[in-house]
Ligand binder design. Structure first.
Ligand code: NAI
Ligand code: MG
Length: 338
């Protein structure tokens, strides 16, 4: 049975890495029927909008998206399409797994998942200036918000994720000692939800700064972590750095009925068009997409193939200290799958 899915190649290295991923997924027998759509700077230059109506309609229809990175111009231009998509389609959970795949790094046994609340918190960016004396911009004032409903929903998502994926522990990451209300509400709802899973999934609480330190010293102790938007943004880049960097970090944006799968990294303009980008981050996102539609068998085969080309074939793109091209990775994966 074919499953319609929206494919957005994106900007910069996007076309190279999406081509690699769809080639491998198709060879694997993935059930996706790609509906190619445009978004980002390329769409903006061609059609005058970075998020064409046709693309939105396709996403609405399929509820399933594989997306390459999109360039967001700094300053003038349009606002981040990534943030727009998350809010528009209520993609409230950002799932970012981190696993040691490349041996010989600093950490041999990292296997954790950061689950980041994706639509509220300090990303609300409710900011303005306050005057003082002659200076109309003397004070920068900023606020965010967390709702009880959303805190409950994201922590519940984390516990359900843990159950479904055979994980043992969920860590609630907060700053409720200082932000007693903003972060306190998250912790309060977190404890309430955790109580419902007692005996099935263990729970632990960590203050975000101490957590950052422990992630660097002993990341192996973490399993599933759940936290609010800005903390999750920062911690998930940190965890990517533990296992080889952005070329190895996938992300899934999940809503009640939709899923958008991407790499954590951006369009990498410095290496765009050179054919040397690491496609593995987006490849792992493709594997998450297979699991999302219930094809755990294919997801597992793809994960095994990735392990094989790294551990046995020793394939490394430039970001991992090697000289393999994007195409080398694609071909190695095709061989590993057969
Ligand atoms: P970036 O992630 O594109 O690049 C940072 C560094 O990592 C660069 O040196 C790049 O060459 C390297 N890198 C990233 N992905 C790689 C890969 N797959 N293989 C090998 N090396 C890789 O971050 P930057 O430069 O800050 O942003 C570039 C553009 O991407 C900006 O317009 C930004 O707004 C956008 N962006 C889009 C995201 C998305 O679509 N989800 C996420 C982050 C940034
Ligand atoms: Mg970020």
């Amino acid at each position: 049975e074919r499953i319609p899915a929206t494919l957005i190649a994106g900007d910069g290295i996007g076309p190279d890495i999406t081509a690699s991923v769809t080639t491998v997924l198709d060879a694997l027998g993935a059930p996706f029927e790609w509906d190619k759509q445009e978004a980002g700077l390329g769409a903006f230059e061609k059609e005058g909008t970075a998020l064409p109506e046709k693309t939105l309609e396709s996403i609405q229809r399929t509820g399933l998206v594989l997306k390459g990175p999109l360039t967001t111009p700094v300053g003038k231009g349009f606002r981040s399409i990534n943030v727009t998509l998350r809010q528009k389609f209520d993609l409230y959970a950002n799932v970012r797994p981190t696993q040691t795949l490349v041996p010989g790094g600093r950490y041999e046994n990292v296997d954790l998942v950061v689950i980041r609340e994706n639509v509220e918190g300090l990303y609300a960016a409710m900011e303005h200036y306050l005057p003082s004396g002659n200076d109309p911009q003397a004070v920068a004032y900023g606020a965010g918000y967390n709702t009880r409903t959303e805190c409950n929903r994201i922590v519940r998502f984390a516990f359900e994720y843990a159950l479904k994926n055979g994980r043992k522990k969920v860590t609630l990451v907060h700053k409720a000692n200082i932000l007693k209300i903003l972060s306190g509400l998250f912790l309060e709802e977190g404890r309430r939800v955790a109580a419902e899973y007692e005996g099935r999934v263990a729970v632990e609480e960590k203050i975000v700064d101490a957590c950052a330190m422990e992630l660097v010293v002993k990341p192996e102790q973490y399993d599933v972590m759940v936290t609010t938007n800005l903390f999750g943004d920062i911690l998930s880049d940190l965890t990517a750095g533990l296992v080889g960097g952005l070329g190895m970090a996938p992300g899934a944006n999940i809503g009640e009925t939709m899923g958008l799968f991407e790499a954590v990294h951006g369009s990498a303009p410095d290496i765009a068009g050179k054919g040397i980008a690491n496609p593995l981050a987006l490849m792992m996102a493709g594997s998450m997409m297979l699991a999302h539609v219930g094809r755990l068998d294919l997801s597992q085969r793809l994960d095994n193939a990735m392990k094989h080309i790294i551990e046995v074939d020793g394939i490394r793109t430039r970001d991992l200290g090697g000289s393999a091209t994007t195409e080398d990775v694609t071909q190695a994966l095709l061989r590993a799958i057969r």
